[in-house]
Design a protein around this ligand. Structure first.
Ligand code: SF4
Length: 450
């Protein structure tokens, strides 16, 4: 990697699953504001619902998720009771008819940690109080190590029609170093069980930058993963933040690839997946040609939200559970990340929202530019500014920054369009950051660009 790229690769930049990013959310967000926002949603607003299940059987050393390993199942059972209460409290604040949920996503943690009776109680609660739209996507994150044909059948019976799980790497030594033993045969059987049960849509996650990974090993893993024909594959770089995620101290820095190796691994995975018929989507997603995400890329309807790239067209995303983030037309609101605080709020029958941010008109305009760049690797910033009622002069500082990035080959500027060339796809966040009015390159605040 040449020296110009190296300085960008090692810089911390946001993932832009929202703009402004979650570090801008302010504490002490008012519950009245939250209730009003929900109340102001139009009667015909389409809804997306996210439920966070913060439990896993065993900790993967690389994990960056908001999860915990409970010592007894009773903790999860108590959590589900409170979650049902949260859904009960929230639903009456939203006006309009039922049947408007276009996407329902269970994330975590490992949602399949829950017993079937508890998972189905949550699905039924959402179905009863909100109602699914025709053709709604009902998706769940799962763990192949604690999955079998019966669980697949139970999920299908509950209405799940998409499942996603972390594959990360098939190499036994890498799996050992990250404390996630999950052989190829186990993953293959899991895919077969899902398909046999009628859950046709399957997503994988792969990772690079893990201890013990090499360019060859990630290519082999990507090849094997593609051979199982998941509809979508997301590829993430391992973010080593042991001061924030204590269990990551189990990963020895000496076993981790350096920045040059990470870069080569990311490119190797990209080339392997493309050679296997997957289209590259934005920064880090890959999808088969016949997948709705690939179609959304081509017809320019692809979106980006807290779950990453999505075809979800919903007007509002409502999150339930500790740490869940809601995205409403007015702004963002996040539930308490501390599970005890979230639980206390549920016991007291009040919202658990404790951070949030109301969008300004300028935030919306910059968010639109950043989303275009993150989704399509191209944007016409001045046109977007005008469409939002702004004089393009408001973007003068962004254009100055882009001039520097263009000189270093990260983007191309022509006829009012900013474009990230294919060979610089991994740096799209750096180009997007030029439009982030709040971005300061503070070390250890965001993930590394590569
Ligand atoms: S299964 Fe997923 S959420 Fe749970 S510890 Fe492993 S990486 Fe984290």
């Amino acid at each position: 990697m040449d020296a110009r790229l190296l300085k960008y690769a090692t810089a911390d930049v946001p993932r832009y699953t929202s703009y402004p990013t979650a570090v801008r959310f302010a504490d002490g967000f008012g519950h009245d504001t939250w209730r009003r926002w929900l109340n102001e949603l139009p009667d015909d607003a389409s809804l997306s619902i996210y439920v966070h299940i913060p439990f896993c059987r065993q900790m993967c050393w690389y994990c960056g998720c908001h999860t915990t390993i409970p010592n007894t199942y009773e903790r999860a059972e108590a959590y589900v009771k409170r979650l049902l209460r949260e859904i009960d409290m929230t639903a009456p604040l939203i006006n309009g008819p039922k049947g408007r949920v276009t996407h329902f996503h269970f994330g975590g943690g490992t949602p399949t940690y829950l017993k079937d009776e508890h998972l189905s109680a949550i699905v039924e609660k959402v179905e009863t109080l909100f109602g699914f739209a025709d053709g709604a996507e009902i998706a769940i994150e799962m763990d192949p190590r604690t999955f079998d044909a019966d669980k697949a059948k139970a999920l299908a019976a509950m209405g799940f029609n998409r499942a996603s799980f972390g594959v990360q790497d098939f190499e036994p030594r890498v799996q050992e170093l990250v404390n996630r033993i999950q052989p190829y045969d186990m993953v293959a059987r899991c895919v077969a069980d899902l398909h046999a049960a009628g859950i046709e849509r399957v997503n994988f996650d792969l990772m690079y930058g893990l201890p013990g990974q090499t360019e060859d090993s990630v290519m082999r893993s990507a090849e094997l993963a593609a051979g199982l024909e998941p509809d979508r594959i997301a590829v993430f770089g391992y973010a080593h933040v042991p001061w924030f995620k204590k269990h990551q101290k189990m990963i020895r820095e000496a076993d981790m690839p350096d920045i040059e190796a990470r870069y080569r691994q990311a490119l190797a995975i990209k080339e392997t997946l493309r050679a296997n018929g997957y289209a590259a989507i934005g920064l880090d997603h890959y999808a088969r040609d016949d997948d709705p995400m690939t179609r959304a890329l081509h017809d320019h309807t692809l979106r980006r939200n807290f779950q990453g790239y999505t075809v979800d067209p919903a007007d509002a995303l409502i999150g339930f559970g500790t740490s869940a983030i809601s995205q409403l037309p007015q702004g963002f609101a996040q539930s308490a990340r501390d599970m005890a605080r979230w639980a206390t709020a549920m016991e007291e029958g009040r919202p658990a929202i404790d951070r949030g941010l109301e969008l300004s008109d300028e935030d919306r305009m910059r968010a639109a530019i950043i989303e275009q760049l993150m989704c399509f690797l191209a944007a016409r910033p001045d046109d977007i500014a005008r469409a939002h009622g702004f004089d393009p002069a408001v973007l003068a500082a962004s254009w100055d920054k882009l001039g520097e990035l263009a000189a270093d080959g990260l983007c191309v500027i022509a006829d009012g369009e900013v474009r990230v060339p294919e060979e610089r796809r991994l740096f799209v966040r750096t180009v997007a950051a030029a439009f982030d009015a709040y971005y300061k390159p503070v070390a250890n605040r965001h993930a590394k660009a590569v």
